[in-house]
Design a protein around this ligand. Sequence first.
Ligand SMILES: [Zn+2]
Length: 266
Amino acid sequence: MVNSCRECDNCRAGDEQYCLRGNTQTYGSVDRDGTTTRGGYSTHVVVDEDFVVRIPEGLALDVAAPLLCAGITTYSPLRHWNAGPGTQVAVVGLGGLGHMAVQLAHAMGAEVTVLSQSLRKEEDGLRLGAAQYFATSDPETFRTLRGRFDLIINTVSAKLDVGRLLGLLGTDGALVNVGAPPEPLPVPVFGLLLQRRTFAGSLIGSIRETQEMLDFCAEHGIASEIEIISAEQINEAWERVLASDVRYRFVIDAATFASSGTISSS
Ligand SMILES: [Zn+2]
């Protein structure tokens, strides 16, 4: 996000990501002056000072880069739904978003459980701060964890069984989607009525909150786990992203843009 109207109720309240006139996205958005935004894959980028954040000392630029997306996308709902000491938080999916959600929720003091299709990444999950790791492919998981959680952060951008996840929430628990599946998800309403549960979504965070998240990460020694690539490797990296073969974010070394002729504006 690089701009918003700055006048609506949400902008004035410091929730400019929910600007009522629509925020201006970093890529492919029509900006307030009518130009189209072109993102940050460049040697230089001009951004309004109100939409700039400071990378704190002690946080390297390469591991900080994904925090501006995966970091804030998971930090904001964890804060909004009060993850902290005494709360049970589940993270669905251990990918780019999930591996941040686990670290952040753990640093906030919550007890964290990872729910992943298989136990393939269990070692990573526990190392990142999860207390427990369960496979969603095992039906026993849903019996064992029934009614357990105060908050479930779903990072998966694919169709999955919302009803089964709702059953894992306790009274007043919330299932929050930060993954964005292209298809609608069927929600069994009885799963909401029983125990007054909530099914919600959350989009990035405000600029103020993004700065707070960066400072929080620096303070707690949290960073994204990355693999650095050059501009020439973007197509290959994209194929690996589609194959879920990245732990956990690719970062493109911007120094390689200047010499590369392979990048188009698309
Ligand atoms: Zn606005």
